[in-house]
Design a protein. Structure first.
Length: 202
């Protein structure tokens, strides 16, 4: 992330700041133009607006209403990582300090690969129309670092769905092991893998 220098904002400038979307408060003592942390906070606010259909139903916690609160949460963390709201709580729609984690882009993409597939055939499963796939037309796959991992072709859609869940869960567990020193993220990834396979979480 590019280095940003905080420059004191004039008192008159601060006093004339308007509420963002009529509610959120930029209470920074410095000029926030070009500030990457401010940009992240503003981006989350935009995601939670009715206009962004990609994040329908998402809201921003009252704890992050003030920019300074968001800044205090994110500043000590790895700013090269991304904010994720899906890992700690499955199906979560609330952005806030108690529901979000900073994760590497690869982990963030790993989660969205599973959630973003709304195919009627099931997540990670597609019908393979190639002539050679006639006997096993149901294909299972998932994405890793923007590349497709082909699991295999199966006779039935249900077999492909189970193969996807098993392979994806195994990969997520290997990622959890890689980040074992990040206890919260690692444990959340293990729960995510268990949810994929329908296994109980202790």
């Amino acid at each position: 992330m590019n280095k940003f220098t905080r420059i004191q904002a004039k008192k008159t400038s601060i006093s004339h700041r308007k509420l963002i979307r009529g509610y959120f408060i930029n209470d920074a003592w410095y000029k926030t133009s070009g500030c990457p942390i401010y940009h992240r906070w503003n981006s989350i606010i935009s995601r939670c607006s009715p206009e962004d259909l990609r994040y329908t139903g998402c809201t921003l916690s009252e704890k992050w209403r003030n920019f300074s609160s968001f800044e205090a949460w994110i500043s000590p963390q790895n700013l090269g990582w991304q904010i994720d709201k899906d890992l700690l709580i499955l199906g979560n729609k609330l952005y806030g300090p108690d529901t979000c984690l900073m994760v590497p882009r690869s982990v963030n993409m790993l989660l969205h690969d599973w959630q973003g597939d709304n195919s009627p055939n099931g997540k990670g499963v597609s019908y393979d129309k190639r002539p050679g796939a006639k006997d096993k037309p149901w294909r299972a796959k998932f994405s890793v670092r923007d590349k497709t991992v082909n699991i295999g072709n199966y006779v039935t859609k249900e077999e492909a769905q189970q193969a996807y869940k098993k392979a994806k869960a195994a990969y997520v567990r290997s990622v959890a092991s890689t980040y074992s020193h990040h206890i919260v993220m690692s444990e959340a990834l293990l729960r995510f893998a268990n949810n994929l396979e329908g296994l109980p979480n202790e």
